[in-house]
Design a protein around this ligand. Sequence first.
Ligand code: SAM
Length: 511
Amino acid sequence: MESPLALAARLAEGTCAGPGNAYRSGLGQFMTPPRVASLLADMFASVGGDVRLLDLGAGVGSLTAAFVEKVLACECKPRSLQLTAWEVEEAFIEPLERVLEECVEAGRAAGVPTSYVLNRGDALRGAVELLEEDELFAIPRGLRGFTHAIMNPPYRKINADSEARLLLRRSGLETSNLYPGFLWLAARLLEPNGQVVAITPRSFCNGPYFLPFREQFFGLMSVERLHVFDQRNALFAGDDVLQENLIMVARRGAKPPASVVLSSSDGLPSGNGRVRSVPYSRVLDPADSDKVVHLALDASYDDARAAVMGLPAHLSDLDFGVSTGRVVDFRARDFLRKAPSDDTVPLIYPMHFNGGCVHWPCFDARKPNALLAVPETEELMVPNGVYVLVKRFTAKEERRRVVATVFRPEGNLAGFASVGFENHLNYFHHRGGGLDDRLAEGLAVFLNSTVVDAFFRQFSGHTQVNATDLRNLRYPTKGQLCKLAESKAAGSLDQAAIDSAVGTMLQKSRH
Ligand SMILES: C[S@@+](CC[C@H](N)C(=O)[O-])C[C@H]1O[C@@H](n2cnc3c(N)ncnc32)[C@H](O)[C@@H]1O
């Protein structure tokens, strides 16, 4: 007899979104490969008693099938199994039903009464209506809630005026992406103590866009385990998935556990990986109003955190600010120019800085080099001066996540009253204007160090370096920045020299 998971894998191959087939971004359809589905199922703690499983956005049912296989193989089997799946894609309904039937059959063979409910249609609407109905009739969650939820929710941006956005708002969550919405609704549908295991992008771990989600979700749920995949593409081989993924295990309502298990694997069948257990507050610091999720996967991260967060200065102590470049090119299209002229100012993109300094203009790429200086663009410009620029987008595989360069009004950039920084970069400034040259030089050395990078990587799962994240770092004092500016590392690309200068500064800072 074919197992439910084997059947789901075979049926997934036959669908438009099966592994190896093209991604259908409209519905966020990446099917979970069987070995990853089993990995998720294995992460549930206990599966005794009457189990009610929820699978929102079930696809052809791979996750439910993996769960059923796992619990039926346990020595201590559940008393009964009720499976609830939701799926909007019509093409998946028939295969999903076949997989659910197979699950019922497997349950019968194992002596565990198993039933299923297959909901066709929008899971958001269905879940929100269910929650509202329970509220209306004051039905306690313990009565109708699910004991377990397993999910690989769709990843898709949702517009401000979309139905999905409005539905989620009705359920108490403001989000611009579908996957936090699915996680939130699953959490709300769980009974007290119920557990969710979900595979999602890492992007929710930090950044302002996901803050409302983190506040809501972690107000309801305690995280128990986080599993990270070291390689981005190994997981959904064949699909063009560029997200970094993680598996989160969380429990509803429970007092946070003393510790959280952090693990990682390469996502390949070989399953190489690391596991460690860290105090809960090391992952979600109760004092952190940004609710950033830290993934300190090994002890070196602890050292990096202790070193950076042990530094004496906040950005405000230095009287520095950090902002995102104001020129959003598609909004300012009419004012952008390929070549500079008398009525323009320099427009700086990340492409202008490589090799440790700013090269402007650059005609090799298609991007513009100049911004028309007219009243409409006044707000987009900053006074020409010394700034530290940090790229907003770098890949995990790049040598460093945080890449900083000093911008100076010299050479081709001299003589302009103002400049424009494009939105793909962050800039450090002094009250909106330029920085002292030496402090800027020292700041760039600090930001380019391995220790800052290691600290940053444990919470920045996605490829974005947010201004908020930079704002929340701790910094050396002005005196220490000047020392860094005087070191051999200043203006250098030599990582060893940078790390040695920052290492010496940190050592002295500790004494
Ligand atoms: C990332 S896929 C995962 C599928 C399956 N859970 C798995 O792991 O193989 C997300 C699934 O959610 C479904 N989906 C997207 N939007 C949905 C919605 N609003 N309601 C229900 N299902 C939805 C997609 O059709 C797709 O099957």
